[in-house]
Design a protein around this ligand. Sequence first.
Ligand code: HEC
Length: 163
Amino acid sequence: MKHLILAVALILAGCNEVQDVQIRYDTMAQAIQPWPGASAALVPPDGVVAQGDLQDQEAARNPPPATPQLLARGQERFGIFCTPCHGYDGYADGIIVARGFPKPPSFHSAQLRSAPARLFFDTITNGYGAMYSYADRVPVGDRWAIVAYIRALQLSQLTTANK
Ligand code: HEC
């Protein structure tokens, strides 16, 4: 019985205010301890790279070969991330545009047909004008997959069956 009372007392002592209201910092708040004057989010030392960054940079430089698998992946990702504005066929009549968002250029314009693949990749990475960046939602490999699919989409238009 004595042990039980002791155990209950210890458990209750665990639920004190310190645990209820823990000290925490907002990301960029001024840190009080242990480095006065510093921000709670420390700047990484010079030369430090995040895990995977070097591989991403390498993959961004080198487009993968356009295999059927890559195109299928690109079609799927394009359907998820690009069609709301650019439409399934790339003519920029997506549902968000129908609701009043600025209309993007058609992927079948002379300008975008002759644009290098890199322009599409960079637009997904950095955004462009009213279009925001997709860098945090579309990983590097998927960006190339989407670019390959847009190329296929461009080839599929303005062509005739008997040529
Ligand atoms: C929320 C709507 C929206 C979505 C989603 C969207 N875009 Fe755009 N996109 C735009 C608009 C608007 C423009 C034109 C921006 C401007 O001229 O200010 C544009 C422009 C572009 C351009 C032309 C860039 C140039 O230099 O002329 C490309 C290429 C493009 N988008 C690719 C994509 C791809 C690929 C995706 C999917 C990963 C995508 N967009 C998703 C709205 C969108």
